[in-house]
Design a protein. Structure first.
Length: 468
């Protein structure tokens, strides 16, 4: 993204800088008009969208997306840089996600609360029900420009909430397509509105008491800061970064692990919050694993994300290439062995890189790299590996490769990830499973159904009658 003027900005391809579109910022006045419109929709209970309406709209929306997958995947690849084949997978997953949201609508219900158990509760009947929490503010990230909007916007609509969505300004085109297709599917005016606001304006919206729920995907620094600005009573979910650890013990099937970890580490050039970043290898298998992993990573095709057969595309900005390069250089200077890669290929492409045994206090060991870099570490005892894996307080998911059941059970309980994969990479996810960050990595539990419930309130009615 580059700024064209005070009121407009350019959306450009991260691969070659091609101008894709010039868009206008949403100014402060228009932003608060949108907020008031959304708030008025929620305040008018008689105008709420029924469950049946929401189901019908979302089913039509899913059909519209499904019919345009190739076109929408091309758009996502152009603006975000994820290879086209992976962008197609993202769009297929997005359609599935909408269908999951439709199925979850009938789960937004309450339950009977037992009464008549003592004198105080005699002659009473009670039940709970769920209703939309209020206006949702969705602030999104660049790395899955279509599917993240599904997780943040479609969940709000499925839950019955009006939603304001601010996509990453580097990748807003997929979000715009979502809104256009929702309108085509019959979503009434005002229920989903686009904000292309600058950060100073967005911060003012976050603090407004008319916002009932904020869903944020982005950096921990920004997420925790925005949480501190929310009005009293507003709820939120935060998805930040992660430095996912993987343990490979001396019983693991190395040949089965290599393709999974190659995929998990270098998918979308490593710009994935659950991507494989730190791999701890038991010493007995470290040499074999390292040789095979280096060969697999060295065979990855890097280049234009629109070209067939490309495995790794660009980083989102040239500044990110420079940052990743500086982290790798610092790790090597502090003692890491560079096994492959280790340098930019162009201003926008960074070579898939493997580091061996960087210090545990290096940035590549402590922080989220968010680039095509995987660090390998050797260990002797499992307790050591778990302690080192858990040391950075920054990950969503973890994994262990082992053929020993006791080790799998023990490690899966002791690794700090909110989800631990056994004999799979750390980036595995389906959209109906719970998903959330640990401590610095986020707040709240995602996954489409979980998010929808967070966007509703559970209320109770108690009847008192001698005749009950």
């Amino acid at each position: 993204m580059t700024t064209e003027s005070d009121s407009t900005f350019n959306v450009t391809s991260p691969f070659d800088g091609e101008l894709l579109q010039t868009l206008s910022y949403t100014d402060e006045s228009a932003t608060f008009v949108a907020l008031e419109k959304a708030h008025a929709l929620h305040a008018n209970r008689a105008g709420w969208l029924s469950a049946q309406q929401r189901i019908q709209i979302l089913e039509r929306f899913a059909s519209l997306v499904e019919a345009r997958i190739d076109e929408l995947a091309q758009q996502a690849a152009r603006e975000g840089g994820k290879p086209l084949n992976d962008s197609i997978v993202e769009l297929v997953r997005a359609v599935d996600g909408v269908k999951v949201a439709v199925k979850e609508i009938d789960q937004l219900h309450g339950a009977e609360i037992p009464m008549g158990l003592n004198d105080a509760s005699a002659h009473r009947f009670a039940h709970t029900y769920r209703e939309p929490r209020g206006v949702v503010l969705a602030i999104s990230a660049f790395n899955h420009p279509f599917n993240l909007i599904i997780h943040q916007v479609i969940t709000a609509i499925a839950a019955g909430c009006p939603v304001l969505v601010k996509p990453a300004l580097t990748t807003p085109l997929s979000c715009i397509s979502v809104l256009e297709l929702l309108a085509e599917a019959g979503l009434p005016d005002g229920w989903c509105q686009l904000l292309l606001s600058e950060n100073s304006v967005t911060e003012k919206v976050v603090a407004d008491q008319r916002v009932s729920f904020m869903t944020f995907i982005g950096s921990a620094r920004v997420g925790w800061y925005l949480r501190s600005k929310l009005a009293p009573g507003a709820a939120c979910s935060l998805e930040h970064g992660g430095s996912a650890p993987v343990i490979v013990d001396d019983t693991a099937d190395i040949d089965a692990a290599i393709p999974l970890l190659t995929r998990g580490g270098f998918y979308h050039a490593g710009q994935v919050c659950v991507g494989v970043q730190r791999v701890y290898l038991q010493r007995a298998i470290a040499e074999e694993f390292t040789a095979k992993f280096t060969e697999a990573v060295g065979g990855l095709a890097v280049g234009d994300p629109l070209d067939a057969g490309i495995d790794v595309g660009p980083l989102i900005t040239t500044g990110e290439v420079e940052r990743v390069a500086s982290w790798v250089e610092a790790a090597v200077e502090s003692g890491a062995e560079l096994l492959c890669g280790g340098a930019p290929l162009t201003e926008t492409l960074y070579a898939p890189t493997i580091l061996l045994n960087p210090p545990d206090d290096a940035r590549v060991s402590q922080e989220e790299i968010f680039g095509p870099v995987v660090a390998l570490y050797t260990f002797d005892e499992l307790d050591e590996a778990i302690a080192r894996a858990n040391a950075p307080d920054l990950f969503f998911q973890a994994s262990i490769f082992t053929n020993d059941l006791d080790t799998a059970l023990s490690a899966s309980r002791r690794l700090n990830g909110m989800a631990v994969m056994v004999n799979d990479h750390s980036a595995f996810r389906v959209d109906w499973m719970p998903f959330g960050g640990h401590r610095q990595s986020g707040l709240g539990m995602g996954g489409i159904g979980h998010t929808m419930r967070d966007m509703t309130l559970e209320r109770m009615v108690v009847f008192h009658s001698k005749s009950l």
